[in-house]
Design a protein around this ligand. Structure first.
Ligand code: ADP
Ligand code: MG
Length: 344
């Protein structure tokens, strides 16, 4: 994208020419693919925002295509569980996305020890995540990178999906051919690990299942060191898939390569029953269905007994406002390093 087009794109989202010093930077909260993410406040309204830098250095093609995709997608979305993109800004030659500020990300907030989440709070997080996904999928968008650092939480206990850098619009009727090198490995569904390039929103639902378990255990549950290991970690908990349950299995490109030498039994309920309630286990198991065709959709998941029949009902963790400090993956890493140094 050339300079003129960029200026036009910026002008389209800005009613007035960009004013410098419209925002005061208060700190650095994260590092993105295209630069840093800053916390800033709007000088006039005092509203907190995140400024996500899109650096063009080293980009031969000018404004990065994936960043453009993220901007365009976010502009078309508006939902309580999806971060709002307020505007685009250019300052000192660098482009910024001005996004609603979120105090924590999920991986950060699960690591802190100050505020303890109840089962009702975790149910609320789970429902908010699924509401965001149901909205995206309804709008024909697959997120393709659902994980703790891309799910943000604010001090009012609201959860919002963020980071649309890998998101794609999909054709509802016709499944298109995509790259399968998406979704961070620990959250990647089996069909992608087995090489599928034709897929749909079900890929996000597997990741959501991983997140649901992580909410309760506080740790990513399927931590493989490489792709082969990853599928074996899944085998270990979910058992090896059967052809009855997943008839499409044998036609996946890397099926032979990852084929288990012997069948492994499912240990899911046994392994997770100390963390989740029976209806919670039911839902997680339906999200982590091997067969993408039978995997529960976000809209169906919102109707699950876990939300509508089993107590406790979901409660928004409003008490989080008392939390001191802000927890993003960056702070929790720093905290971890600090602890490690102390322990060493
Ligand atoms: P990338 O595409 O490079 O992963 P992200 O959008 O995920 O970029 O941003 C990187 C990190 O910055 C996030 O994991 C989060 O910790 C922080 N961050 C991003 N957006 C916001 C926001 N709106 N409010 C607060 N922190 C944010
Ligand atoms: Mg991210």
């Amino acid at each position: 994208m050339g300079g003129h087009e960029l200026a036009a794109a910026a002008a389209a989202t800005l009613p007035e020419p960009p004013k410098e010093n419209l925002y005061v930077v208060l700190g650095h909260v994260g590092t993105g693919t295209f630069g840093k993410v800053f916390k800033a406040s709007h000088t006039i309204s005092g509203r907190m925002v995140a400024l996500k830098q899109i650096k063009m250095e080293g980009e031969k093609e000018g404004f990065p295509v994936t960043a453009m995709r993220e901007v365009k997608l976010l502009q078309s979305l508006r939902h309580d569980n999806v971060v709002r993109l307020y505007e685009m800004m250019v300052s000192h030659g660098t482009v910024y996305m001005v996004i609603e500020y979120m105090d924590h990300d999920l991986s950060g907030v699960l690591q802190q020890k100050e505020f303890e989440f109840t089962d009702a709070h975790l149910k609320s997080f789970c429902r908010q995540m699924l509401s965001g996904l149901a909205y995206l999928h309804h709008k024909g968008v697959i997120h393709r990178d659902i994980k703790g650092s891309n799910i943000l939480v604010n001090s009012r206990g609201e959860l919002k999906l963020a980071d649309f850098g890998l998101a794609r619009v999909y054709q509802k009727r016709r499944k298109s051919d995509y790259t399968n090198r998406v979704i961070t490995q620990w959250y990647r569904p089996p069909e992608l690990l087995l090489g599928a390039t034709v897929y749909g929103p079900e890929v996000d639902m597997w990741s959501a299942g991983c997140i649901m378990l992580e909410l309760f255990t506080k740790h990513p549950v399927f931590q493989g060191v490489d792709e082969l290991q990853q599928i074996y970690v899944i085998y270990k908990w979910m058992g090896t898939p059967t052809l009855e349950a997943w008839p499409g299995l044998t036609s996946l490109p890397w099926y032979e390569l990852f084929k288990p030498t012997e069948p492994i039994p499912n240990r899911f309920r046994e392994g997770f029953k100390k963390w989740l309630s029976p209806a919670g286990l039911d839902l997680a198991e339906q999200l982590l269905s091997w067969n993408p065709e039978t995997r529960i959709t976000a809209a169906q998941a919102l109707e699950a007994p876990y939300f509508n029949q089993e107590s406790p009902p979901a409660v928004t963790p409003v008490g989080m406002s008392a939390l001191e400090g802000e927890w993003h993956e960056m702070e929790s890493k720093r905290e971890r390093d600090k602890r490690r140094r102390v322990e060493d």
